[in-house]
Design a protein around this ligand. Structure first.
Ligand code: FAD
Length: 391
């Protein structure tokens, strides 16, 4: 079997590469070992696929080289993808500013990508394991469960390690190493944080409680909802900040974001001097959390007994609450994998390896990781488009 382009991985980036390369008249074969194409797309956005974010900028991505993503993102914008979605009459809505979701189902996005691929003449085969890849004269020879395949170019679109049950493997990293690439250390991102020991015990019984916070770690801060889980902390604010957190990095929460907490407490004292702190705090925070704060951390007394300085200290503490996380829930629940193929050894305009001509890396296998909110798919579409134009 002879092809111009072999794409390994029929996920978001691989399918986009196949569409763009196929439209250019390239003979394209896409192979995936999973039994279906685009399994992560199907799972994404709670089944409604947050397929892009109209506010995408390079600042929404983590990478050892923050400039790497710029070229591909500039050449395939969220509006290019929206145009494809609109052409297929897939209804969508903006959930929070910039975040676009399907009205109906993620299935429509996968169906659209497969239809576009078929239209462009690309062949997509699922349930096919890819074994060994060798560089040969004029390209590559690949051993697959379908038989031997020869291709002038190979595009590695195998994604990251998150959610192994959906087909995630480290195969892309192995290929990268085989051809002399550096693979930067990987870890789970956009993932719930876990608490343990006394830190977990202090949150006991609060599972299910949600509140707006500003979560800060590693120089980044995100204002959004936080959810207490039975293992620790989750919700969008925590998922976002988890990509900046590592063991040893401080995590701080502003429990009353946008509010001058000390002023709110002074006002509470003026209005209800006989009320206890937990009652006043329950007007500012979920009641169960207010009570727990006063059981474990804060002195619960009638408001009139607090001096100004004490309320100022308490306000400062509520605005910068330290949390000791013990770890993350790991790849089992992580939305993305941080780290990966070092972008220094890949062309930012073509996504081709600088070590092995004809070898390309697209999507999450690279050391480019988006924030929560449709950015990761936008990177998959944009990097797939860039490679599809170059293969
Ligand atoms: C639960 C969940 C929800 C998400 N929701 C969103 C969202 O709403 N918006 C957003 O922007 N991002 C979301 N993401 C992140 C997004 O899904 C990924 O960043 C994106 O899919 C990466 O695209 P990719 O093509 O690089 O990799 P993937 O889409 O993961 O595709 C990689 C493909 O390679 C295949 N593969 C792996 N190893 C091999 C091998 N050895 N041989 C053959 N094939 C192989 C896999 O089966 C898979 O089909 C979510 C992720 C998860 C896990």
């Amino acid at each position: 079997m002879e092809y111009d382009v072999l794409v390994i991985g029929a996920g978001a980036a691989g399918l986009m590469t196949a569409i763009v390369a196929g439209r250019r008249g390239r003979r394209v074969l896409v192979l995936d070992h999973a039994n279906k194409a685009g399994k992560k797309i199907l799972m994404s956005g709670g089944g409604r696929c947050n397929f892009t974010n109209t506010n995408t900028t390079p600042a929404n991505f983590l990478s050892a080289n923050p400039h790497f993503c710029k070229s591909a993102l500039a050449r395939y914008t969220p509006w290019d993808f929206i145009a494809m979605v609109d052409r297929h009459r897939i209804a969508w809505h903006e959930k929070s500013p910039g975040q676009l979701f399907c009205d109906e189902s993620s299935k429509l996005i996968v169906r659209m990508l497969l239809a576009e691929g078929a239209d462009a003449g690309a062949r997509v085969e699922t349930g096919v394991a890819v074994h060994r890849l060798r560089a040969v004269d004029g390209g590559f020879a690949v051993e697959t469960a379908l038989g031997a395949v020869r291709a002038a170019s190979v595009v590695v679109a195998t994604g990251g390690l998150s959610i192994p049950s959906l087909g995630a493997t480290g195969f892309g990293y192995e290929i990268a190493r085989q051809f002399g690439h550096t693979v930067l250390p990987v870890r789970a991102g956009l993932v719930p944080l876990t608490l343990s020991g006394k830190h977990q015990a202090r949150f006991e019984g609060l599972s299910g409680l949600s509140l707006p916070v500003e979560a800060r770690a590693g120089g980044a801060s995100f204002r959004d909802a936080m959810l207490v889980t039975h293992r620790g902390l989750s919700g969008p604010a925590i998922l976002q900040v988890s990509s900046y957190w590592e063991p040893g990095v401080d995590l701080h929460l502003d429990l009353l974001p946008g509010l001058d907490a000390a002023a709110a407490l002074r006002q509470g004292r003026a209005e209800r001097p006989a009320a206890e702190l937990k009652t006043v705090l329950a007007g500012l925070l979920p009641r169960r959390l207010a009570e727990r704060l006063c059981e474990v951390w804060l002195p619960n007394r009638p408001m009139r007994q607090f001096r100004d300085a004490e309320l100022s200290d308490m306000g400062a503490r509520l605005a910068d609450w330290p949390v000791t996380a013990s770890g993350t829930e790991g790849y089992r629940t992580a939305e993305v994998t941080l780290g990966g193929v070092d972008t220094d050894e890949v062309s930012s305009s073509t996504l081709m390896s600088r070590r092995q001509p004809g070898l390309f890396f697209v999507g999450e296998v690279l050391d480019v990781t988006g924030h929560l909110g449709g950015y990761n798919f936008q990177w998959a579409w944009a990097s797939g488009n860039a490679a599809g134009q170059a293969v």
